[in-house]
Structure formats: structure tokens, C-alpha cells
Design a protein around this ligand. Structure first.
Ligand code: FES
Ligand code: FES
Length: 151
């Protein structure tokens, strides 16, 4: 066990956990932020995507000891009232079906649009490798383009 001081969604948290514990477990089981989902546990599906610094990271394979002083943002902290442009576009286009993958999809899309506000189809395909079992891919792409068009 070791002590880690984390900044998550602008709040300081001190946790006493194994250094190898994946950040996802810390978020969900230790801190109680359950908006970030567990899907595969092997960095394949993207359900666990959060932001560390400005990067979209798959938290199921990211040891808590690697976070250091970087700021972590989860779906709960992406915006104060669920009104981040990506969240608004998701709502307007009615992207989710079952919803399970969507917090990860939104976090991946927000990171993409921050670094590239007008991504091409090819760039979206390259960046958005999150899996959706309900196959909402067409609406995800449309929502990303809608955000880009408004910037
Ligand atoms: S749960 Fe992390 S990528 Fe699937
Ligand atoms: S909306 Fe159901 S898995 Fe993506």
C-alpha cells in the first residue's frame, strides 16, 4: 500500500492503495465515481476512458502510481451541468442506446476535439477506437462533426 494525492475533477483526494491498482478501480471503488465504466479490463473497449492532463487514457490499465501530479477528469467533471459541447451534441443527436459505453465515448471525443476541433472522418476513425456494442458509431461521428461545425 502507498499514499497517493490525486486531483480529480478539481478536488483533492488522498488514497491509500496498491501502486499497481488501476486508476479505474481507484475512481470507482475507492472514491465512488462510477460514471467511468468497466468493460474489458485490457485496454480494448474504451469504456474506462478518462482524461489525464489533456490526453484520453484507458484507466483500466493505468496504474494509480503513474498519475503523478497530472489532473484527472472523469465524465462527472467534464462540465458543471452536463453542458460541455460534446455532451450537448450527444443529447441533441440522441447518440446513446444502452448508454454503457457512452461516458468513455464522450471523454474520447472531448479529448479529440480539444486537440483537433475540425477532425476529418479519417481522423475521427483513427481517434475513436472505443467499442459500442449497440453500434452507435454513425451518430457518434455525426455528433463530433456537429461540435466541430459550431466552433
Ligand atoms: S475497460 Fe478499459 S478499455 Fe475496456
Ligand atoms: S450505447 Fe450500448 S454499448 Fe454503446
Amino acid at each position: 500500500m502507498a499514499t497517493f494525492n490525486l486531483t480529480i475533477n478539481g478536488k483533492k483526494h488522498t488514497v491509500d492503495v496498491s501502486p499497481q491498482m488501476p486508476l479505474l478501480w481507484v475512481l470507482r471503488d475507492v472514491i465512488g465515481l462510477t460514471g467511468t465504466k468497466f468493460g474489458c479490463g485490457i485496454a480494448q473497449c474504451g469504456a474506462c476512458t478518462v482524461h489525464i492532463g489533456n490526453a484520453a487514457v484507458r484507466s483500466c490499465v493505468y496504474p494509480v502510481s503513474s498519475v503523478g501530479t497530472e489532473k484527472v477528469i472523469t465524465i462527472e467533471g467534464l462540465s458543471a451541468n452536463g453542458d460541455h459541447p460534446v455532451q450537448k451534441a450527444w443529447e441533441e443527436i440522441d447518440v446513446p442506446q444502452c448508454g454503457y459505453c457512452q461516458s468513455g465515448q464522450i471523454m474520447a471525443a472531448a479529448a479529440l476535439l480539444k486537440s483537433n476541433p475540425h477532425p476529418t472522418d479519417e481522423e475521427i476513425n483513427e481517434a475513436m477506437t472505443n467499442i459500442c456494442r449497440c453500434a452507435t458509431y454513425t451518430r457518434i461521428k455525426k455528433a463530433i462533426k456537429q461540435v466541430g461545425a459550431k466552433v
